[in-house]
Write a protein that binds this ligand. Structure first.
Ligand SMILES: [Zn+2]
Length: 142
């Protein structure tokens, strides 16, 4: 039996690597994270040493890659379901304006309570429509 470890995927953040490792182990594949400690200490090392490596035994490599590619698809589909579309033209090219949330965080830091109520604002890149989300409903602004 060949028990050489091979790198099947690289990650830039430790939590992504942990998630993938947990998923593989749930499928009965032993997985090992290499270089995670170094990157946790200084994330600038991440590029220098080629990211956090997820390794499995060579005989599991093909299966493990397949499992992880299925996970990637699941994540993608989840994002698609939550995609915000413009209520005017139904374009998906929407940017989120979070300045109110940012200000409320700043005021929490300095005053101990939020000055602005955190609320999401959106702007459509296609038609320029601006709106905010209130109790799951789109409310038009200016
Ligand atoms: Zn629009």
């Amino acid at each position: 039996m060949n028990s050489r470890l091979v790198t099947i995927k690289k990650f830039s953040s430790p939590w992504e690597a942990d998630l993938a490792k947990t998923h593989l182990e749930a499928c009965g594949i032993n997985a090992f994270i290499i270089d995670s400690q170094t990157i946790s200490v200084n994330w600038l090392f991440a590029n220098a040493i080629g990211g956090i490596k997820l390794q499995v035994y060579e005989e599991h490599a093909t299966e493990a890659k397949e499992i992880l590619s299925n996970v990637a698809v699941e994540v993608e589909e989840l994002n698609r379901e939550e995609k915000i579309i413009c209520p005017e033209c139904e374009s998906e090219k929407v940017t989120q304006i979070n300045w109110e949330r940012r200000w409320s965080l700043v005021s929490i830091l300095f005053l101990g309570f939020p000055v602005f109520y955190p609320r999401n604002r959106y702007q459509c890149q296609h038609c320029g429509n601006k709106w905010k989300e209130r109790s799951g409903r789109a409310v038009k602004t200016d």
